[in-house]
Design a protein around this ligand. Structure first.
Ligand code: PAF
Length: 284
């Protein structure tokens, strides 16, 4: 596996691959990789001739009160996992390589969509995500890019940004990967104490219950969301940020849950904020 630390190196390799008519898949990550990331790499490996994974903890998507400094990192482990899953190139830039000093250029969707759900408590988050993903698209010039459904709002925002910025890149959404007991895989699960780890199961319990209700034919959002909220509220260590049913494209709240509606939750377990979701009728 090639480990590239500079934009120049990435451009040189990718230019050669494109010259040889090879397709390139990009998996953007912030490192501390787990089976969720591995599933994105596997999908990219199956779909494309060459697979590039970026590992960059992007400062512009963290507010000053968030966990940028504490965000877990394990470069050795990431390299091992990527080698095992057949990644061709790991892009591992420094902050200085990604952002020229005093960088003030951002990519942002100036609409209500990024202000819904996670955008309510993380107002600058999606501007940082769009900016860094745009930069990665410009640097790597992939044919396809792979993102997890766990960050469903991020996936919808990146799809829209890609369309509106005419990137000509296919955005591939990949299903949520869970621990054997149901908890959605997340690098942030590592923050949980053993007691919190048990408590965190209320997220997947609420998601599975909501999905079961919808599959049984209940479409009234309030009924579904109220039952999900009751499950979460029964756990003393859990504090609800949001439990919402929104249109899967616009992220606006809906009264009826039909195919394509995103039912998403964000819950604090102690100090750790976790997210989970399901899409009625499944991910398209
Ligand atoms: O989902 C993530 O890990 C990040 O938001 C992303 C897409 C790599 C951008 O930093």
């Amino acid at each position: 596996m090639i480990i590239a630390k500079t934009v120049k190196e990435v451009r040189e390799y990718v230019a050669k691959w494109h010259k040889d008519n090879l397709t390139v898949g990009l998996v953007p990550t912030m490192g501390y990789l787990h089976e969720g990331h591995a599933s994105l790499v596997d999908k990219a490996r199956a779909d494309c001739d060459k697979v590039v994974v970026s590992d960059f903890v992007n400062p512009t998507q963290f507010a000053p009160n968030e966990d940028l400094e504490a965000y877990p990192r394990d470069f050795e482990h990431d390299c091992k996992l990527l080698e095992e899953h057949g990644c061709d190139m790991l892009f591992y830039p420094s902050v200085e390589e990604m952002y020229v000093p005093n960088s003030k250029t951002f990519v942002e969707i100036l609409d209500e969509m990024p202000k819904q759900l996670c955008g309510k408590t993380r107002p600058i988050h999606f501007r940082g995500v769009c900016t860094v993903v745009s930069k990665l698209f410009n640097i790597v010039q992939p044919d396809k890019a792979f993102f997890g459904q766990k960050d469903a709002q991020q996936l919808a925002i990146i799809r829209r940004m890609t369309r509106e910025m005419s990137y000509g890149i296919e955005i591939v959404g990949c299903p949520i990967i869970r621990e054997s007991d149901g908890l959605a895989k997340s690098s942030r699960n590592t923050y949980l104490s053993p007691e919190e780890r048990k408590a965190a199961l209320v997220l997947s319990k609420a998601i599975f219950h909501g999905e079961k209700l919808v599959k049984s034919g209940i479409s009234d959002s309030k009924t579904v969301l109220d039952e999900m909220k009751a499950i979460i509220s029964a756990e003393p260590l859990a504090k609800i940020d949001y439990v919402s049913a929104v249109d899967g494209v616009t992220m606006f709240p809906v009264d009826k849950i039909s195919n394509g509606v995103l039912v998403a939750i964000a819950v604090y377990i102690g100090k750790t904020r976790l997210i989970d979701n399901f899409i009625a009728g499944g991910l398209k």
